[in-house]
Design a protein around this ligand. Structure first.
Ligand code: NIG
Ligand code: FE
Length: 405
């Protein structure tokens, strides 16, 4: 049994209002802030959150963490990552820096397909090691709950190994079986025929959700519907990569199929914003990807103002968003997406947890899991304010110190 843990004398503690989830519209900005606060963790859960002056005397076996000068926020929730891959895309990065476009490189067999070849070359032990390494990076940036997608295997063995590696590293696995058409298939329909017959039955045993890249050069709306409908029949929650480069029917399809989210949305215009706001589908925004590719930012302010449920995520992957930092994403939300720090905090905690159906992750209150981040700052808003800063001081996972700098 691990002893209780008391984080004491915190300069500040901030938590989004936990219910109802997801937070929408103005409710996205509801954040409770306590000054001179403590958090008491017991048996992996938060037992108490309060002001120091209200702290009752504690038993002798309590482990104490000195929170002076620090502020606490909930463990961050990254609801969109691609952590299972081999190789890198640094040469492609250089070519893009020299003027080549992401779509051109993708069409020329670079991009996603080059990572597919490098990932297939790894055995399962090496793939597990890669995912564990990436999960360690995320943890050190304050991420305590995360989703990880397959999608760089696109064959039976590598997709399943990717999903197992994600689960073994502590992530929630999503089968991105429809990420690209691998070279051994003539077209998207032929590949889907194979993937749904040969991979889905086993993938559905491991994964919690399925995802598709609905975009020109990947899968069209008809193919995405076929893939997602089969995945829903197999019991998987549904996600879509949509409207990244052009609107191609992702939002109506997501609403029709009851998907949990559409992610990206850089190209979404007014009708799509209205449709999302009127639905239960969460808009997952990935500003680090837009930044990395030099693309327009998604219409975050309009989505929130229209009443949509909005979450933020890194999109961590080697090609379009090589960052594991949700604090950086929160900074981009405030500087590029015109969200407030309060809205950004909600979007990287309770709303992201809602996308993953992750219980009470993302809040600091009695009874929720004892996952918290101590920021090296007297005000919790440094989470977004300290652009690319070394803001994460300590990460507590399940009531134990998991990372300290
Ligand atoms: O979310 N858009 C599709 N998939 C990833 C990028 C994958 C890659 O470039 O390797 C994304 O941006
Ligand atoms: Fe993605």
């Amino acid at each position: 049994m691990t002893p209780p843990l008391l984080v004491r004398d915190l300069a500040q503690l901030a938590t989004p209002a936990p219910v109802p989830r997801p937070r929408r519209g103005r409710a996205l900005g509801d954040v409770l802030v306590l000054e001179d606060a403590y958090v008491l963790c017991r048996d992996g859960l938060i037992a108490e959150v309060g002001r120091m002056r209200d702290l009752a005397p504690l038993a002798a076996d309590v482990v104490e963490v000195d929170g002076r000068g620090l502020s606490a926020v909930p463990g961050l929730v990254d609801c969109h990552t691609h952590p299972a891959w081999g190789g890198d895309r640094v040469t492609e990065f250089s070519l893009r820096a020299g003027g080549a476009s992401y779509e051109e490189l993708h069409a020329a067999g670079g991009g996603i397909l080059s990572t597919v070849l490098a990932t297939r070359a790894l055995d399962e032990t090496a793939l597990c090691e890669c995912v564990r390494r990436h999960a360690g990076w995320m943890l050190r940036h304050g991420t305590t709950t995360w989703e990880g997608k397959s999608g760089y295997g696109l064959d039976h063995d590598t997709e399943l190994a990717s999903l197992r590696a994600i689960r073994a590293a502590g992530g929630s696995p999503t089968w991105l079986g429809a990420h690209a058409v691998p070279p051994e298939f003539a077209d998207a329909d032929a590949y889907l025929e194979y993937a749904l017959a040969e991979v889905l039955p086993a993938a559905a045993e491991i994964a919690s959700a399925a995802d598709v890249f609905l975009e020109g050069g990947a899968f069209d709306a008809k193919q995405a519907r076929r893939y997602l409908a089969a995945c829903a029949d197999a019991g998987l929650a549904l996600r879509l990569h949509g409207d990244q480069f052009a609107e191609a029917g992702s939002i109506p399809l997501a609403v029709e199929l009851g998907a949990r989210s559409v992610d990206h949305l850089e190209a979404t215009r007014d009708a799509g914003i209205r449709a999302l706001a009127a639905s239960d589908v969460t808009a997952v925004l990935l500003p680090a990807s837009a930044l990395f590719l030099g693309r327009p930012m998604p219409p975050a302010r309009a989505l929130v103002d229209a009443g949509a449920a909005v979450a933020l995520a890194t999109d961590f992957n080697p090609g379009s968003a090589f960052t594991e930092s949700l604090p950086l994403v929160a900074s981009l939300a405030c500087t590029q997406l015109r969200l407030t720090p309060e809205e950004a905090l909600t979007a990287v905690t309770v709303n992201a947890a809602h996308v993953l159906d992750a219980g009470r992750a993302g809040e600091l209150s009695a009874g929720s899991s004892a996952d918290l981040v101590l920021l090296d700052a007297p005000d919790w808003r440094y989470l977004a304010y300290h652009l690319a800063g070394d803001v994460v001081h300590t990460v507590i996972l399940g009531g134990e110190v998991a990372a300290v700098r």
